[in-house]
Design a protein around this ligand. Structure first.
Ligand code: ADP
Length: 236
């Protein structure tokens, strides 16, 4: 599905990724974790072709992403900070994204209903609350049914009901056979939804495995404490 080999990225003198190797072969939900500034977004953006690595190979669904960007059609992406034009109405934005992607979608209506966004369709993006903006962001990301889904902090600003809908939606997408990468600071969410975690630290992947493997390795039953152990011991 996604194969990353020897990925290096630095911004000026700041080495962010130093030889990351990651092979995601199966469908499922993978949480990309790590402290602030550890390179999670840089890794995700490298997969998306939004950040150009200094060295290394990235293969997505069999195609090498160097120079040929068509592979990006197979990825749906929920950005952490979605800066949509504030003057556009929600409905206009949904149409615009459909036009830009050039892909057919008949899921928007279902998603609009699921997240109760009907009454906001005629409102300008700039006038929406943070939570409603995030619901629109989610609708745009889930509209196209691509085999790979990348969600950067998907729970931001969501009310409890929307959070339940999001979790159900993620599980439904997984059941369809998709590969889903998620970053989140909410450990209870990560523990509930993810099959595996990939922990970035100091430019490399420090741990990759299931949550039970992590708990076993750290001898910690509590997930948050097990994560903290990676940071404290660094030899996990
Ligand atoms: P995370 O998502 O884990 O918090 P990021 O990938 O956003 O980490 O950032 C990793 C490091 O790279 C940080 O030190 C950040 O300041 C730096 N960085 C990220 N993007 C850029 C950029 N476009 N230009 C310069 N530095 C950047």
């Amino acid at each position: 599905m996604i194969r990353i080999e020897n990925l290096h990225k630095r911004f000026q003198k700041n080495r962010v990724l130093s030889g990351v190797n990651l092979n995601i072969r199966d469908k499922g939900i993978y949480a990309i974790l790590g402290p602030n500034g550890s390179g999670k977004t840089t890794l995700i953006k490298s997969i998306l072709g939004m950040v150009l690595p200094n060295m290394g190979e990235i293969n997505v669904l069999g195609s090498n992403n160097k120079g040929d960007w068509t592979y990006r059609e197979k990825i749906d992406y929920l950005p952490q900070i979605a800066n949509f034009p504030s003057n556009l109405k929600v409905q206009e934005l949904i149409h615009m994204i459909k036009d830009l992607r050039g892909a057919s979608s008949n899921r928007d209506q279902e998603l609009i209903e699921l997240f109760a966004v009907e009454s906001f369709l005629d409102k300008k993006i700039g006038n929406l609350s943070g939570g409603t903006k995030q619901k629109v962001n989610i609708i745009l990301a889930f509209m196209f049914d691509s085999p790979i889904l990348i969600l950067d902090e998907p729970t931001t600003g969501l009310d409890p009901v929307s959070l339940i809908h999001l979790k159900e939606l993620i599980q439904k997408e997984k059941a369809k056979g998709k590969t889903i990468l998620i970053t989140s600071h909410i450990m209870s969410f990560v523990e509930e939804v993810s099959d595996e975690i990939v922990f970035l630290l100091e430019g490399n992947i420090h741990f990759k495995g299931t949550i039970s493997e992590l708990k076993e390795k750290t001898k910690e039953e509590n997930f948050e404490k097990a994560i903290a152990q990676i940071l404290i011991r660094k030899d996990v």
